[in-house]
Design a binder for this molecule. Structure first.
Ligand SMILES: [Fe+2]
Length: 203
């Protein structure tokens, strides 16, 4: 056992790796750290796999599937989960933590929607009252913590971002990927998809 911070340990484990060897380290990390609960109904890895599966069944390409699978890796890096009393009472900016880690290996079209998936919820809540109403109780709580409704200026800024459409799609998948007892593929079934999305220097 080591008390090395989680992110440093992962950076050490991935140092010098590329291609499927790199994906193996990332998937092992998600498999081990993701056993904690995401919310009242699913574990973190179940949530990731449900989101990736939904992206696939809805006909999204490899990039969106990869974003969906990895979008909450920031929660694992900062050790945020349901067993911690403060999981939903504090905002540790998991979307930035995750995207910042992944930026090294994956292009912006994958990491920007991850970076924006919390803002996308705020955007949808601000522009579509029906969207807010259908959120889970946990998600309504975290919306408040994440800053609540966007100002008109913030909405405008968001609309200028070229990755808005995928970020919004990712957000919708995120909300759906919380079904208890849903059958999901094994994480390794996504290995080829995620590998195909690596930056050329890590492929
Ligand atoms: Fe999520």
């Amino acid at each position: 056992m080591t008390d090395m911070p989680i992110r440093e340990q992962l950076e050490q484990d991935t140092a010098g790796t590329a291609g499927e060897a790199l994906i193996d380290v990332l998937f092992d990390f998600i498999s081990q750290r993701g056993q904690s609960n995401y919310d009242e109904s699913v574990t973190q890895i179940q949530h990731a796999l449900q989101c990736a599966q939904l992206a696939q069944t809805r006909g999204f390409g490899d990039e969106a599937v990869t974003s969906a699978l990895l979008h909450d890796i920031g929660h694992l890096l900062v050790d945020e989960h349901d067993a911690h009393q403060n999981f939903l009472d504090q905002d540790m900016n998991h979307e930035d933590v995750g995207a910042n880690l992944l930026d090294k290996w994956f292009p912006e079209k994958i990491t920007d929607p991850i970076r924006l998936h919390v803002a996308a919820k705020r955007y949808l809540c601000s522009t579509d009252p029906a969207y807010y109403e259908q959120l889970s109780e946990a998600s309504k709580r975290s919306f408040k913590l994440q800053g609540g409704s966007l100002t008109p200026q913030e909405q405008e800024d968001f609309e200028r971002n070229p990755h808005l459409p995928l970020a919004v799609e990712l957000r919708r998948l995120d909300d759906l990927g919380k079904r208890p007892n849903q059958m999901v593929p094994a994480i390794n079934d996504f290995k080829a998809t995620v590998s195909a999305c690596l930056r050329p220097e890590f492929a």
